[in-house]
Design a protein around this ligand. Structure first.
Ligand code: NAI
Length: 478
């Protein structure tokens, strides 16, 4: 089946960038990205895209209205396409069976039902969302139960491995592309059709074909391994703080072992983002359902250590500030879950803010990319706050970092934005209340230089010893 038209259901962090790259690399294919959200589609069609990613603006502008389209007309795009990507969200279930762990598949199911309802010709349906193992089977069942005469479906798994902040370069030069499909003639044909799309820019040997269930599980396993590395080094950081070892030195030492490798060994205030916690919990739930309690408990610890790390850091802030932060001005530097994205889902900054708000601290927040409304939405969500009035009373959002720091008791660095490395800390120190504290939750600042200025510095995985302050001794008058 030659692929002339692609439809992508879901214009989010995965659907938008991945289809923009497909359109830019496959000028012979028309790509339409659809979403139920009119606002999101309006933004994709405007100069102000709904999400921030380096290079995304240029890629979208190079092919929008040439062979890349954004639309709310879901049915038309489904009818016209030969290949449909499902890129809808699969959040953690907030209620019912599997609450707090299982993936909520209602958006996947509604996308599959829409395809089954409106499709008039055969389709290759590609599951790009991250799903539990065997979700492709559920999609197939829904499609087959509603199939029209002459229409055939093939469902493939093609999980996405892009990381926010580097989405475009990850999509242009991925480590690998994974495709799972049925080992039947029709299945192989569908896999070939999808390979043909990727082969426009990705060498054949980097496209790995496997069975559908392996492909679905590989995505969950990859995220679980990445999250586990962060939790492992964070667990070591707690030992460092208790003993006087330095986690950066330990990470450097173990990272030189080629079996371990140096990537993803940076201790921090904890991982965030829409995927790691959700996907590990999804794996935990899968283990429980498969009656594998030991495997479930093992992966659950990855999430528990992440919680522990955030709480430990919050506690350290309170203890350092003389065991009370009530009414103190604390400036949070960075609200995005990592640098180079405006995404705040599961950001450590949300949890840090929550713990400090519980202590009635006055929180000031500065982030170079996150909109004020989005921060307030996160902080007033029912999972975080049972008292939205307290948030509006105690939280102020700034668009100038120096104004935010003025009169603060402490700065708490939560996101590793590059600009935080080069702020004028002498100016900031001069405008802060003394003693002026800085808590570096990402280990990116020059701690020696900050201590030289006069800051009291605390960071992850290291005890910093303050240089003795040489004060002139007052002459004895008696
Ligand atoms: P998102 O929340 O940014 O976007 C999902 C979009 O789907 C929303 O705009 C929503 O309105 C739309 N949608 C939901 N149901 C729909 C329907 N029936 N018809 C049309 N549109 C519908 O989610 P994001 O971050 O793009 O993630 C999508 C999937 O990709 C998830 O399964 C996620 O786990 C996975 N993933 C996410 C990555 C990331 O970095 N964000 C990386 C790799 C995978």
């Amino acid at each position: 089946m030659p692929i002339k038209r692609i439809c992508c259901i879901g214009a989010g962090y995965v659907g938008g960038p991945s289809c923009a790259v497909i359109a830019s690399k496959c000028p012979d294919v028309q790509v339409t990205v659809v979403d139920l959200s009119e606002e999101r589609i309006r933004q994709w069609n405007s100069d102000h895209l709904p999400l921030y990613e380096p290079q995304l603006d240029d890629v979208v502008k190079s092919c929008r209205e040439r062979n890349l389209w954004f639309s709310t007309d879901v049915d038309k795009a489904i009818i016209e396409a030969e290949l449909i990507f499902i890129c809808v969200n699969t959040p953690t279930k907030l209620f019912g069976i599997g609450k707090g762990r299982a993936a909520d598949l209602k958006y996947i199911e509604s996308a599959a039902r829409r395809i089954a309802t409106v499709a008039k010709s055969s389709k290759i349906v590609v599951e790009k969302s991250t799903v539990p193992v065997k979700a492709a089977e559920s999609i197939t069942n829904i499609l087959q139960a509603n199939v029209k005469p002459g229409v055939k479906y093939q469902v493939l798994s093609n999980p996405e491995f892009l990381a926010e902040g580097t989405a475009i370069s990850d999509l242009v030069s991925p480590d690998r592309v994974l495709i799972g499909g049925e080992k039947t003639d029709q299945g192989r044909e569908a896999v070939e059709a999808l390979c043909w799309i990727y082969e426009h820019w990705i060498p054949k040997e980097q496209i790995i074909v496997m069975n559908t269930w392996s492909s679905e599980l590989s995505k969950l396993a990859a995220n679980a391994f990445l999250a586990q590395r962060i939790s492992s080094i964070n667990a070591i950081s707690a030992i460092c703080e208790a003993t006087g070892a330095d986690v950066s030195e330990v990470a450097g030492a173990i990272g030189t072992d080629s079996r371990i490798g140096s990537k993803f060994l940076k201790a921090s205030v904890g991982f965030g983002g829409s995927c790691f916690q959700k996907d590990v919990l999804n794996l935990v739930y899968l283990c429980e359902c498969l009656n594998l309690p030991e495997a479930a408990a093992y992966w659950q610890q990855v999430v528990d250590i992440n919680d522990y790390q955030r709480k430990r850091f919050a506690l350290r802030i309170v203890e350092s500030l003389f065991n009370t932060v009530t009414d103190k001005n604390i400036t949070i530097l960075g609200f995005a879950f990592k640098k180079d994205t405006g995404d705040t889902r599961e950001s450590a900054a949300i949890y840090l803010s929550k713990y400090l708000l519980d202590e009635e601290a006055k929180i000031r927040i500065y982030d170079p990319k996150v909109e004020k409304e989005q921060m307030l939405r996160e902080l007033t969500s029912p999972m975080i706050s049972d008292n939205p009035d307290r948030v509006s009373k105690l939280v102020t959002i700034y668009d100038d970092v120096y104004e935010a720091a003025k009169g603060s008791h402490a700065l708490v660095l939560c996101t590793e934005w590059d600009e935080f490395k080069t702020l004028d800390y002498k100016r900031i120190y001069a405008d802060m209340l003394k003693p002026a504290f800085i808590f570096d939750g990402r280990i990116i600042l020059d701690h020696e230089a900050l201590m030289e200025i006069g800051f009291h510095v605390e960071t992850i995985g290291k005890r910093l010893t303050r240089k003795p302050v040489h004060r002139p001794i007052a002459p004895c008058t008696q």
